[in-house]
Design a protein around this ligand. Structure first.
Ligand code: ATP
Ligand code: MG
Length: 351
């Protein structure tokens, strides 16, 4: 029996409704693959912030450090600005645990209509690899001459050779494993310092991996192609900002944000990695018991894969595909009337 200790952060809103289904699925497949789990749950959330003035305690990272992985539901609460949950929880965990790869697989499943005519079921199966700790999202910069005609704001983007190279290496390795190729998102025709540097590092990485094909697209053209021909992409590697935009775009292309999973990986496994559905706390449907648990369940499957159980992970993703293709049990976001619990039961039957 292999044993894993998982930190659970249900968070706010539907976060707390989608994590129990993910735990049930993990327990279920775990039994068959000789994997069992211990869970430690944390009430870190915007609700905690409103009560106690902080998303998590001061020693939060230390409490997580010895866990094998972190499973997060969602954080966000009406009236609490996004930067509170970002800078109070998500960014400290991503940076503190060097989770420099943000991985977002996107598939159009049979039985889930995509909003795009160009995306037929089975044709879209791509992964966005987003640089997760540097790039355009940083604190360097500032504002001058507030309220005057000379007012200005400056925001610096920081790209380091080590930081870019490690995420590129991850993307090329993933493409090899998937038997596919890499597309790099760039904008070196408009951003004249950082993006040419990014392009050079991509070319260097490509030369180190001659068996993996790669190309690059400017982010504007790439966004258009995600809409017009999403089926032609396999691994798409992008900076923090470009990856953020592309992965939300791709999740929308796949039919519902309720399905999309994400992993924040520390590939060296020196620190715990964090797995979370792409969706937020969805206050508009929280408390009804109708949230789609698939994003959380697929995230849990990514966690299984990261913890060294790729066959168990593939079985969960296969069951997701089978339920969507073979039954009409779906939550309301996918046009059905099943509750979270009913849908989870249907999935467990397929497992
Ligand atoms: P937050 O502030 O936490 O990011 P949000 O409302 O900005 O929350 P999401 O929670 O991502 O953003 O919700 C966007 C829309 O998608 C909402 O209408 C929500 O109801 C819907 N939605 C998101 N996740 C799910 C899900 N798992 N199942 C069903 N609908 C969902
Ligand atoms: Mg939101």
């Amino acid at each position: 029996m292999v044993h894993h200790h998982i930190a659970l952060i249900p968070g706010d809103g539907i976060g707390a409704e989608v994590l129990p289904p993910a735990q049930q699925v993990l327990r279920h497949v775990g039994r068959r693959y000789g994997v069992d789990f211990t869970w430690t749950s944390y009430d870190w959330s915007c609700e905690r912030y409103l009560r106690e003035g902080a998303m998590m305690p001061e020693d939060g990272l230390d409490q997580l450090r010895d866990k094998d992985a972190i499973l997060l539901g969602a954080v966000g609460y009406p009236g609490v600005p996004d930067h509170v949950s970002l800078w109070g929880l998500l960014i400290p965990i991503r940076r503190g645990f060097r989770q420099y790869v943000n991985l977002r697989p996107i598939r159009v499943f049979d039985g889930v209509p995509s909003p795009l005519s160009g995306a037929r079921p089975g044709e879209v199966d791509l992964v966005v690899v987003r640089e997760n700790v540097e790039g355009e999202y940083g604190e360097i910069g500032g504002r001058l001459n507030r309220g005057t005609p000379e007012e200005l704001a400056v925001q610096e983007a920081v790209f380091t050779r080590a930081g870019v190279t490690r995420v590129l290496e991850y993307a090329f390795g993933l493409a090899r494993q998937r038997g596919g190729g890499v597309t790099s998102a760039t904008k070196s025709n408009g951003i004249v310092h950082t993006m040419p540097f990014w392009d050079e590092l991509v070319a260097e990485c490509g030369a180190r991996h001659p068996d993996v094909g790669w190309d690059q697209e400017h982010i504007d053209a790439l966004a258009a192609k995600f809409v017009l021909e999403p089926g032609r992409f396999d691994v798409v590697v992008a900076s923090n900002l470009f990856g953020d935009i592309l992965s939300d775009l791709a999740a929308a292309v796949a039919g519902s944000i309720g399905i999309a999973p994400a992993a924040n990986l520390n590939p060296e496994r020196a620190h715990p990695s964090m797995f979370e559905p792409v969706h937020g706390s969805a206050p508009d449907i929280a408390g009804r018991g109708t949230a789609n648990p698939l994003g959380a369940i697929w995230s849990a499957a990514m966690m299984l894969d990261h913890l060294g159980h790729p066959r168990a992970a593939a079985e969960v993703v296969g069951a997701i595909a089978a339920v969507l293709a073979g039954t009409d049990v779906r939550t309301p976001d996918l046009g059905g009337s099943a509750t979270t619990v009913e849908f989870t039961e249907a999935l467990l039957r397929h497992l």
